[in-house]
Design a protein around this ligand. Sequence first.
Ligand code: WQD
Length: 278
Amino acid sequence: MYFDAIEEVFKTHDFNSVMHFAGFKAVGESVQFPIKYYQNNVVGTLFLFEIMQKYNVKKLVFSSSATVYGNPQKVPIDESSPLSATNPYGRTKIIVEDMLRDLYQSDPTWRIAILRYFNPIGAHKSGRIGEQPNGIPTNLMPYITQVAIGKREKVFVFGHDYKTHDGTGVRDYIHVVDLVRGHVKALEYLDSHEGVEAFNLGTGKGYSVLDLIKTFSEVNHVEIPYEFMNRRSGDVAISYADPKKANELLHWRAKYGLEEMCEDSWRWQRLNPNGYED
Ligand code: WQD
């Protein structure tokens, strides 16, 4: 099924590179349905690489994730930090990264950029392209915007006893448009570099759950009620990037701050209360 469908596209188009975005990405769902995640994120990806090799398309930008760092031993996290997964989703990302390193060993004409996303939020400034999670949002920002639009009553803050400045989880939130810019820069980098390289795409700044709720509320002038709950299993206390390698090798740096991420997320949700159905 996967193989034939992917090959059909390669038969009818002349590609010189591939950006692979088609992985499932919900941690909780991967724990509930591991086979679905291994099938799509590993088997499907393996077929893609096999077909790329067959059609001699050997330039790839692969969407990986900061989840591959598991519970980091130190922050900020750089690309030499040890990899360790704490859930099936993270394991699928590490497996594919290892496949890519093996692939390059077997054929050094491959040019591969592995982009480890930290926490993408925000939306296109037009308010016409944004995130529409299926069902109840598992990620923080879409949950906040659904509270702001009145679809949900309050944010449940998972954990208030972490060793952070306010006891809530700290993450490196990055504007999705900065993430896009990172992909373009990665593709340009591959024009002149063979090999397989991993890059952290983050801002290098960590913000807590309460920081995000308060910033969202202040810039958008909307109340966001919240209630403290127990920690969510599998969550780490603190995760934020050392983006130096991407800054220097990709000549890329995140441009947008937390305020713009909150403004842009809210504009998308306000203009599209029911997401793409509107
Ligand atoms: C952020 C913080 C939660 C929801 C996940 C994936 C990662 C990447 C991004 C794909 C944490 C807290 C959350 C809520 C809360 N996806 N939180 N109430 O877990 O850091 O990363 O999404 O690459 O791979 O693991 O993001 O937005 O779920 O959580 O308090 O309703 O917000 O505890 O501290 P996470 P998140």
